[in-house]
Ligand binder design. Structure first.
Ligand code: HEM
Ligand SMILES: [Cu+2]
Length: 551
């Protein structure tokens, strides 16, 4: 039997690279979801933390590890493995510099290890948002900064690869998957300048003792400069799969390639200049700018709507080709027996509710109701915890077998896993949203809270039940992946082929196939939206706040 890697041996190195990133990503996810179980059980009144000492020393130590492993490590390493892999396939050529690619991987892994030492050692229990004046060990900040620097090298490699391809293919439209990878990394690179500045100018010198104090407000502004667009960094990688692979997995075609490019360009332009929507309650930022950021937040909802329309229309073309009928009933004709497809379609379904919740979060007066309540983890487990995570799981259901050269160990187990995640998350996130509306705070060891209210009890219990189902689902996932790696006798699959488009890229002007001009637009918009506030914050920063270690 001929696998693709034997047929085109020139991309074997890219396979290895993707495998290396995946190994790190999935290890992080394993650690992350395991701690998630203890959080959910704690909320339900079962405090198992005493048994976790000395590995996890407190609820807050665990919560930091949960956040960092899930949303910083798992996502970033997955994306840095997956999108370059897709690019190489789409362009049918190796990355411009494999040496650079490996240096990048080792740099990121080195940074991760450096950050992991204080993180696991309870010297950086500052949550994944690491807001000062909570003060972590310097190695935590330096390590994470190296990981971010690594992602910039991925951008560089993608840009060089695309340039080399372009030189050999003048006048040809960039294959959609490669275009999307490039746009995603370009967006992320400009967006990550905020966190890089926060690290280099505030947190690192402060944690090393070179600066006596810090400035919580300036740090938060720089953090959210990156912290909002980072969610699009995660989502766009999932979207790349939804647009370029899922339509064909569903038996259909992508509805519109130009519309897909339009939505990615809009994401590149609009993802960053709106971080103040995380700072509605912060003093020291003018309400006028908060309003501008609120409007831009609603604007960035638009490319998500384009995505929704385009992807659903593509799914429908697949379902109708398989005999689907009716306005809604066609949905049942999707190939639900394919766990990769089922995972990603269910991820999309829950993402609808994540999107609706996001609009609520973005609305100033409603935000005041849900701010810092359990509503927020309710929301983010639908978005990054499902739209992204369940999609990535779905991708690995073909990617891991493909890279390993062995079929998935059990399709049935995978399908059960996918539906359990869907069901568990429906229960978990509904309960968290409810708790938030009832005023339960987030980031709190609720079982130990003296102000625990009787009306929270039911949803706290449901958090525990939903979280336990999620944990079981995750363990079934890892079991299947490990057995695929070591024990599967199923023949190796092909990689899913890229979807054709009903309306192809040539139906649109060339400017929709370029990322550089849009980068300029994005930068101009960022300067307008952030320039005045950041300049004033930097010019007036007192840098007088001492650091605290409250754990
Ligand atoms: C078994 C699955 C999971 C369970 C049971 C779980 C449970 C929880 C709970 C109960 C909280 C709220 C803690 C609090 O506010 O005090 C939480 C927070 C969080 N979870 Fe999960 N989670 C799971 C998977 C995930 C995944 C897959 C992701 C992302 C990829 C994720 C990302 C986060 C983040 C970012 C927070 C907020 C952390 C913070 O406030 O600093 N979780 N999780
Ligand atoms: Cu945001």
């Amino acid at each position: 039997m001929v696998t693709r890697s034997e047929a085109s041996p020139d991309l074997r190195e890219e396979n290895g690279l993707a495998g290396a990133y995946l190994a790190v990503a999935l290890t992080a996810l394993f650690g992350g979801v395991t701690i998630g179980l203890f959080q959910a059980l704690e909320h339900a009144g079962l405090n198992l933390y005493p048994a976790l000492v000395p590995v996890i020393r407190s609820y807050y130590h665990g919560l930091t590890v949960h956040g960092v492993l899930n949303v910083l490590v798992f996502t970033t390493f997955f994306i840095c493995g997956f999108l370059p892999f897709l690019t190489a396939r789409a362009l049918e050529r190796p990355l411009a510099s494999r040496a650079l690619a490996w240096v990048t991987f080792w740099l990121m892994l080195g940074g991760l290890v450096l950050a992991a030492v204080p993180l696991m050692g309870n010297a950086a229990s500052v949550m994944f948002t690491f807001y000062p004046p909570l003060k972590a060990h310097w190695a935590f900040y330096v390590g994470l900064t190296l990981v971010v620097a690594g992602t910039w090298l991925v951008t560089l490699n993608l840009a060089l690869t695309l340039r080399a391809w372009r030189a050999g293919s003048p006048g040809v439209r960039t294959p959609l998957a490669a275009f999307m990878a490039m746009v995603t990394f370009t967006m992320w690179t400009i967006a990550s300048l905020g966190i890089a500045a926060e690290m280099l100018f505030l947190l690192i010198p402060w944690s090393l003792g070179w600066l006596a104090g810090t400035d919580a407000l300036l740090a938060r502004a720089l953090f959210w400069f990156t912290g909002h667009p980072i969610v699009y960094f995660w989502l766009l990688a999932a979207y790349a799969s939804w647009y370029t692979l899922v339509p064909r997995q569903a038996g259909g075609k992508l509805f519109s390639d130009p519309l897909a490019r339009t939505s990615f360009i809009l994401f590149m332009v609009l993802s960053t200049p709106l971080g103040f929507h995380h700072q509605y309650t912060d003093p020291g930022i003018h309400e006028g700018w908060k309003l501008v950021h609120a409007f831009l937040t609603f604007a960035v909802f638009f490319p998500s709507l384009l995505t929704f329309f385009n992807v659903v229309a593509s799914l429908e073309s697949g379902a109708r080709a398989r005999g689907g009928r009716g306005w809604v009933a066609w949905f049942g004709k999707l190939p639900w027996g394919d766990p990769s497809l089922a995972a990603q379609v269910l991820a999309m379904l829950l993402f609808v509710f994540g999107g609706v919740g996001g609009l609520i979060n973005a609305s100033y007066n409603l935000n005041l109701v849900v701010h810092n309540t359990a509503w927020i983890p309710g929301h983010l487990h639908l978005t990054v915890g499902t739209a992204v995570t369940l999609s990535f799981m779905g991708i690995t259901y073909w990617l891991v077998p493909y890279l390993r050269g062995r079929g998935l160990w059990s399709r049935g187990l995978a399908l059960a896993q996918v539906w359990l995640w869907f069901g568990g998350m429906t229960i978990f996130s509904h309960a968290q949203h409810n708790l938030g509306v009832l005023g339960a705070p987030r980031r709190t060891m609720l079982g130990a809270a003296p102000y625990l209210r009787p009306e929270w009890q039911r949803d706290l219990l449901m958090t525990g039940i939903g979280g336990s189902i999620l944990f079981v689902s995750a363990m079934l996932y890892f079991l299947n992946i490990v057995l695929t790696l070591v024990a599967s006798r199923v023949p190796a699959p092909e990689m899913p082929r890229f979807a054709e488009a009903l309306s192809g890229p040539d139906h649109a002007p060339v400017v929709l196939d370029r990322w550089q001009p849009w980068l300029l637009v994005a930068v101009v918009l960022i300067v307008i939206a952030y320039g005045p506030s950041l300049t004033r914050l930097v010019a007036t920063t007192p840098l007088t706040t001492p650091g605290f270690r409250v754990w």
